[in-house]
Design a protein around this ligand. Sequence first.
Ligand code: NAD
Length: 332
Amino acid sequence: MGLPVAPEVLVLEKRKVERNMKIKRYFRGKNAIITGAASGIGRAFAEQLAAIGTNLVLSDINMERLEMVKQALIKYPIQVVTSLCDVTKEKDVEELAKLTVGTFKTVDFLFSNAGTAMGGHIENISMIQWQTIIQINIIGMINCVRAFLPKMLEQQSGHIIVTSSICGSIGTGGLIPYTTTKFANSGFCEALYGECKGRGINVSIVSPFPLKTNLIEEAGIIIPPGLLDGISPEIAKAAINKGKQYYWENFCARKGLISGFCGGMEVDIAVENYLRKIANKKLYIFERWHGRFFQFVRGWWPSLYKRTLLLLGNRSIKLFDKAFEIAQSSVP
Ligand SMILES: NC(=O)c1ccc[n+]([C@@H]2O[C@H](COP(=O)([O-])OP(=O)(O)OC[C@H]3O[C@@H](n4cnc5c(N)ncnc54)[C@H](O)[C@@H]3O)[C@@H](O)[C@H]2O)c1
């Protein structure tokens, strides 16, 4: 006979089983479309939803990586369709909606997840850089919602999940273009909830930061004028990558409350947490306590909130300045 199990352990086990049942009931046998599914958070959503039994349309601009994700899902008894789709292009997203409806007839979940990051000193950001991030992070989301919402309204059901960021809840100096677009993501979703919940549509705002993904690979870093002038594009790219790597490693380092918001988290753990909260139809979804804490401080303790803004901004700008130094010193 084994050792007796404490009643509290049994209660916890029972709760875990009930939670898992709820997640399965919410997602199993349903249909989901995910943008930016080739990597990071989108990939983890695809893998975990596939394991639960959700049929998937996966899209990205990186087809090589996307096909690798599809290959990894072959073991599950679900339907998986992949499609090249640049979310900044209205036509691409309309085609994606046609493909999804044509394949599955219904659309239960839209994960508008594709996105990018950008940071540096505000005075050095060009209009082209502003337009690039606005196109991907804001227009991309609008294109997706515009393309899929009519079908959901017709069904009178559906759940729209937008990957925003904790930068969509707290302004982060050094990351002004990113913060701007992520506040737009969160604001759009709040208003969408207010307008469409009564018509059967759920909305969730996933607000990560920081997770260990490939976000930094394509992220824009705003190099100060003159820093890498006269250097060949290949050498400049390698130098910039060194700087970005330094920034990201330190941004994600677990040093304290402000340093890296408690450290970079494994993406699979975060996504497991998101799926549970999506199934519970939460509006704002954070994987850790600091998101809700910042929202509370913003509402109830403005002086502490302003201090936090200063701390975050100073820290981020210092990290960028060091990253620029590293980029410059790495040039042979
Ligand atoms: N990793 C983090 O710490 C973090 C924190 C907050 C928010 N986010 C947000 O999470 C989302 C996913 O990022 P991630 O961390 O998984 O990064 P990632 O780089 O690993 O994945 C992003 C994916 O989006 C795709 N993509 C980029 N531009 C696209 C476009 N125009 N059309 C279609 N696909 C495009 C990329 O090819 C990539 O596969 C983004 O919106 C990002 O802003 C990430």
